[in-house]
Design a protein around this ligand. Structure first.
Ligand SMILES: [Mg+2]
Length: 125
């Protein structure tokens, strides 16, 4: 039996719940739900341990962010992998190897990777 990843489980979850799947076609509604889930991160843990509560609410945030990304792109997994590739180019490993502080490295990355590099990275070839 194939073990499903989180993206596949979410797809199956929505395929079994067409009303919820339909609601997830409204970007404004999705972003409003995402915002509410972020707010829940700062609430009291409703009888759970603080760690379990944070785990549950961060998972809600991730699921809704994934749903919004899926709606926008049609392939959230690909969009995340593309962003990770871009981040690898922008935040080069040598910058964060301990020779600079985090803030210095972050500023260097910000200054080195500007609009021109973004345009190149996302250009259609
Ligand atoms: Mg929640």
């Amino acid at each position: 039996m194939k073990i499903l990843n989180a993206f596949e489980i979410q797809k199956n979850f929505l395929d079994d719940r067409p009303v919820m799947k339909d609601q997830n076609k409204d970007m404004t509604a999705l972003l409003a739900m995402l915002s509410r889930e972020v707010e829940e991160l700062f609430e009291e843990p409703h009888g759970m341990s603080p760690e379990k509560y944070m785990e549950q609410e961060l998972a809600d945030v991730a699921i809704l962010a994934f749903s919004a990304l899926q709606l926008l792109t049609g392939d959230a997994d690909l969009a995340i992998r593309e962003k990770q590739a871009r981040n690898s180019l922008r935040y080069e490993a040598w910058m964060f190897d301990g020779r600079m502080s985090y803030d210095e490295a972050k500023n260097l990355a910000k200054n080195n990777f500007g609009a021109r590099e973004n345009a190149e990275f996302y250009a259609d070839y």
